[in-house]
Design a protein. Sequence first.
Length: 231
Amino acid sequence: MLPLSVSELAEMPTFNSLEEIHLSQLLDRHRETSHQPDQVIVMEQDWGESLFLIRTGLAKVRTYSVDGDEVVMSLLGAGDIFGEMAALDRAARSADVVALTPLRLVKLRAAPFSALLTSQPGFALALARLEASRLRDLNQRFVLQSADATTRLLDALAYLARKSSAANDPQAPIPVLAQREIALLAGLARETASRTLSKLRTRGTVVAAEDGAFTIADLKPLVRRGLLPSV
């Protein structure tokens, strides 16, 4: 894969308000890296002033409860940035970021990023919208903690599909992941997630491709549960 270009960066929603000179500043001395599934990219309580942009792949933001249980806070897909809060306030990282699929990352310097947030209101607004979207996703998952297993799993699958798609499509192919990862995202025991997924496949709500990837074939159960707006 060729290095990220200014024109490619301009196509990403968070950066499309910036002019070419500003995009060039962001990419000044950037570095690109590749990572494999399960690799920890940043660790909670680490210090660092760099931030990261995902070119391709899927990652999870995780922390641990007081009991030592893993909690998945959010998912990150192509075009998402992370590490920006530590870069802005120079505090320790607030969570781990771990690759779920093969990742291609762009490491950006914090100084031009911070300067552009101050001087370019459109860029600051785009970042605020990104943070609001993450908070909205987290709020919905928090509300669903007491929901039944089917609702929680459908929400997790739709979330995975949307973050795997440039078009935010809940019916986009969901990459092959260990069932443990899907269960963690849904807040379910692995055995419960496996049984529930089998039921959804039997009903035709979810279909599997030959490579093991999943697709939500029928959105009506999600609409009935309030997970998607009716059309």
